[in-house]
Design a protein. Structure first.
Ligand code: NDP
Length: 447
């Protein structure tokens, strides 16, 4: 019997009440994958989509820690081990007050498809806590990370589940968690990625997601005989992904015009220089720093409190902050200002309405599961370097990242070409990502 999209989504919503972002992520995939399943009924017979929409397991735990005043604080930690059909669970850890089970299920579901697209043997997972690092001292962050790992360590391992960073979790937090894992297990192994260079990290990992999103954009433009050079790019966020995306746009002769945080956005007419991007990187590394300080530092720039950057005229848009940060009205504004291509650095930053508008207009639109896969791709290489006790050079890894992004682009073209050089990258990414995981599940029988 054919799968019906609306019945399937009713089933998902009923089973996962009040997890709207998870419903949104599943819907976005199901919309393009259901017709493919109906053309290939073997997948329906083994209920592969229903099984893929159910995490292998969801672990939730208490994280208690003492703040600098000696007061005890209690947070909730999670690890969603979504699907390990093609390799150990792999996906970041997010520390942000908005973290809940629904957010991590959406991210773990997306991650399963993304990791499949990289061509590397990695399953999908995601974790985090409703802990807000903003306003906390380094000692508080360290104690929180240690307490978080004191429970998480029993659920992870180099062949089981290999977490990494995400919003609120950078190199420092990875260091605190790795140190605690090592202490608890008396074992030095590649259980986390995004590690420091001194203890098993990989060169290029910090740059990989932002650079990768720009490499993907470049591949889309080349496919239509165009290039980044001379084009204006509007970027949101000012964290790891956004700053490296801006840097690579600059390397390619484009002009990165904006960056933002949850307070507002900065606009640098003519584009940021390398020095200005370095200033943002350094500034935002300080605890509690706000992007608004940029406008006081650099003349000619402006700060727009409480606004997002999508009204600034541009050719290219790179949403690199968080989920649902670009809606249908903002997509319409981008289109009327002449935006020709969107490459998502963040996970699910465009809502369904915005995606619909980009697809209807026929502009190049790359969903995050394809365009931001460079980070996890590089993490996959870090895992193999750790297992083999190997070191790879920066040049070697940069070329490897470019190849991963080109291969993902080409897989999207194979499964998503509409006609000529017109590609539906959403369909392409979903079907290419789905097929590998579904075929592995088919091989395992009903488990
Ligand atoms: P960071 O913590 O380094 O930076 C996050 C940035 O987004 C900050 O500038 C933050 O501002 C901003 N932000 C967070 N919430 C909001 C909001 N509600 N509205 C506006 N801005 C907001 O995170 P990353 O750069 O690592 O991650 C950004 C996105 O990229 C996330 O969606 C993440 O899942 C995705 N991603 C990251 C990867 C990686 O390798 N790091 C890999 C693949 C995807 P503020 O300081 O005000 O909170």
């Amino acid at each position: 019997m054919a799968v019906n999209l609306s019945d399937f989504m009713d089933w998902v919503v009923a089973r996962n009440p009040a997890e709207e972002v998870f419903h949104q992520a599943v819907h976005e995939v199901a919309e393009t994958v259901v017709p493919y399943i109906n053309d290939n009924p073997i997948y329906e017979k083994i209920k592969v989509l229903e099984r893929m929409a159910e995490p292998d397991r969801t672990i939730s735990f208490r994280v208690s820690w003492a703040d600098d005043n000696g007061d005890v604080q209690v947070n909730r930690g999670y690890r969603v081990q979504f699907n390990n059909s093609i390799g150990p669970y792999k996906g970041g850890i997010r520390f942000h007050p908005s973290v809940n089970q629904g957010v991590l299920k959406f991210l773990g579901f997306e991650q399963t498809f993304k990791n499949s697209l990289t061509g590397l043997p990695m399953g999908g997972g995601k974790g985090g806590a409703d802990f807000d690092p903003k306003g906390k001292s380094q000692h508080e962050i360290m104690r929180f990370c240690q307490s978080f790992m004191s429970e998480l360590y029993r659920h992870i391992g180099p062949n089981i589940d290999v977490p990494a960073g995400d919003i609120g979790v950078g190199g420092k937090e990875i260091g605190y968690m790795f140190g605690q894992y090592k202490r608890l297990t008396n074992s030095f192994e590649g259980v986390l990625t995004g590690k420091g260079m001194e203890y098993g990290g990989s060169l290029m990992r910090p740059e990989a997601t932002g650079y990768g999103a720009v490499y993907f954009l470049e591949n889309m433009l080349h496919h239509r005989n165009d290039a980044i050079e001379g084009k204006n790019a509007v970027i949101s966020g000012s964290g790891n992904v956004a700053t490296h995306a801006a840097e690579k746009i600059l390397h390619r002769g484009g002009k990165p015009l904006t960056m933002s945080d949850s307070g507002g956005f900065i606009h640098q007419p003519g584009g940021f220089s390398q020095e200005q991007i370095d200033w943002i990187k350094k500034h935002k590394n300080q605890r509690g720093a706000r992007i608004s300080a940029y406008a006081d530092e650099f003349s000619g720039s402006s700060y727009h409190e409480g606004s997002r950057p999508w009204g600034v005229e541009c050719d290219l848009a790179l949403p690199c902050a968080t989920q649902n940060e670009l809606n249908g009205d903002e997509a319409a504004t981008l289109l009327s200002n002449g935006c020709m291509a969107v490459s998502e650095g963040a996970n699910m930053p465009c809502d369904m309405d915005a995606i619909g508008k980009f697809l209807t207009a026929g502009v190049m639109y790359a969903p995050g599961k394809a365009s931001n896969a460079g980070g996890v791709g590089m993490s996959g290489l870090e895992m193999s370097q750790n297992s083999a006790r190997l070191h790879r050079t920066e040049d070697d890894l940069r070329e490897a990242l470019k190849k991963i992004m080109k291969d993902i682009h080409d897989a999207c073209v194979d499964s998503g070409t509409i006609s000529g050089d017109k590609v539906d990258y959403v369909r392409g990414a979903n079907i290419a990502g789905f097929k590998k995981v579904a075929d592995a599940m088919l091989a395992f029988g009903v488990v």
